[in-house]
Ligand binder design. Structure first.
Ligand code: ADP
Ligand code: MG
Ligand code: ZN
Length: 485
């Protein structure tokens, strides 16, 4: 990283990302096979996705609608009549000998992704979003003994999201990817599990002298399949290019493969080996036509995008930006917060409790937000019991954990277990007197100036009263008892 900051004093990185996202449709892009990860190899195949002669593809309407959802959410212009194209190449795991993609008529053109990192906000302009099909998966035997091909992934629908070369640092690139993932999740069109390859990123990288407007020669880096990998791969390539140029050399236009284990890039092919894909319109498919009605209905059912929601939480509920970012990180969490507030909780209290208790219960229990068993209504009920003093905060936290394990409401648990807070002074002063009388040593030291022992006395009173007493009343009674006499 320190290498990078030295480089950035003289060089400006230019980065453009090509992100492939698998759409979470029920079936594949051009056939009726199931689109599902993790099944036994080759259990979801048919003549079409195996590329057998004579089998004909038909475009998947749900996949097109998912891509339109993304395009409209990102402000792209929609190409209402577009054609699929054949991208010809020898793919061992795409047996037709070509990939069905889109070439000069992509479904979505332009648009932007608003990213945020630190205190910065920036719109990253998109070139296009087009649809294509995924290839199968080659599995090379560890001992070099041959390669097996699993065609379950073959024909899975993809969108390729291509950015303009406007990303200026590895950090920005990471923020862009994090945001794209979040948007795909908000739109519910991709599972976004990077380990399962649902979301994959290729980067184009060049550097130019600070202040120069002409682009430098770019390289393309593939296989950076984690956010960390992207940051590291880009950093290493920017530093490498700057070194080559600093030494008076020239950057060669190559395709690199990022090796995460060894933290270095390997050359995959040079420009001389670049492919001519001989694109042409696929004669097996009718042109893709998108009606005004369809566009209108997709547009009107779009959910609010994360950037807008982040801003609205700050303005509408008075949250701090950093809290708003946590609450909106996942749509289901943001929904949970808003439903809790609608059910009568105060926004500040709901924020504090969700970010503290709810998230830690979810994490400890290995749950997801959507499977958190306490409904927003029940949760708001608990927050109100704390707010109106029926129970104290510590008991409230305890009750929440019990609610997770049972179907009872906070009120039912309070009643059943007699947890209501005791704030009656006469009842509590008895406990206070008892604790003070039982601990003469501590009392002596306290009176000699060891004021930190106050916490000890508080704890003892809480213990004696089963944790139910109102801490403010106990504090008041203890203070007068310890300080007097
Ligand atoms: P290619 O023809 O090599 O596929 P494109 O012009 O289609 O290149 O761009 C592919 C990606 O490379 C886009 O994301 C684009 O923003 C990015 N890109 C183009 N030129 C540069 C450059 N000089 N430096 C970095 N990225 C670039
Ligand atoms: Mg491409
Ligand atoms: Zn099939």
């Amino acid at each position: 990283m320190s290498d990078l900051s030295a480089v950035l004093e003289h060089w400006e990185p230019v980065i453009g990302l090509e992100v492939h996202a698998q759409l979470s449709t029920r079936t594949k892009m051009f056939c009726g096979c199931r689109n599902s990860y993790g099944a036994p190899p080759n259990s979801y195949t048919c003549p079409t996705c195996l590329g057998l002669p004579g089998a004909l593809p038909v475009a998947n309407e749900q996949a097109v609608n998912f891509a339109l959802r993304l395009g409209l959410a990102l402000g792209c212009e929609i190409t209402q009549l577009s054609r699929f194209a054949r991208k010809n190449y020898f793919y061992p795991d795409l047996t037709k000998g070509y990939q069905i993609s889109q070439y000069d008529e992509p479904l979505c053109v332009g648009g932007q992704v608003t990213i945020r990192w630190g205190n910065e906000v920036k719109d990253i302009a998109l070139t296009r979003i087009h649809m294509e099909e995924d290839a199968g998966k080659s599995i090379h035997a560890e001992n070099g003994d041959g390669t097996k091909v699993d065609f379950n992934r073959c024909g899975v629908p993809l969108v390729e999201i291509v950015s303009e070369p406007v990303i200026q640092s590895p950090e920005e690139a990471k923020a862009y990817l994090v945001r794209l993932k979040q948007i795909l999740e908000y739109l519910n069109i991709c599972d976004c599990n990077m380990e399962e390859g649902n979301l994959r990123c290729d980067a184009n990288i060049s550097v130019r002298p600070l202040g120069e407007s002409k682009f430098g020669v770019k390289t393309e880096m593939k296989n950076m399949n984690s956010f960390r990998g992207v940051e590291r791969g880009l950093t290493s390539e920017i530093v490498r290019q700057a070194q080559v140029l600093d030494e008076g050399g020239e950057v060669e236009q190559v395709t690199l493969l990022w090796n995460e284990a060894e933290q270095k890039a390997e050359v995959m092919r040079s420009k001389e080996e670049a492919h001519d894909y001989r694109y042409f319109p696929d004669p097996d498919l009718v042109p893709l036509s998108v009606s005004d009605d369809n566009l209108h209905s997709i547009r009107s059912s779009l959910v609010e995008m994360p950037y807008e929601r982040e801003e609205r939480f700050v303005n509408q509920y008075g949250l701090r930006l950093e809290d708003s970012l946590v609450l909106t990180s996942e749509k289901s969490l943001a929904d949970y917060f808003e439903e809790t507030v609608s059910a009568g909780a105060e926004p500040a209290e709901a924020t504090k409790w969700i970010m503290g208790e709810v998230l830690s219960i979810i994490k400890d229990g290995g749950m997801s937000v959507s499977s958190f068993p306490v409904t927003p209504d029940q949760f708001a009920g608990l927050l109100n019991s704390v707010k109106n003093g029926t129970v104290n905060v510590a008991t409230g936290k305890d009750i929440l954990r019990r609610m997770v394990k049972s179907d009872l409401t906070a009120a039912e648990i309070i009643k059943k277990e007699g947890l209501a807070q005791v704030s009656d002074e006469s009842a509590l002063s008895e406990a206070v007197a008892q604790v003070v009388a039982n601990n003469p040593d501590e009392l002596g030291r306290y009176r000699e100036g060891k004021k930190a022992l106050f916490g000890f006395f508080m704890g003892e009173v809480m213990k004696v009263t089963g944790g139910k007493s109102d801490p403010n009343v106990v504090k008041k009674l203890l203070t007068s008892s310890l300080e007097s006499d």
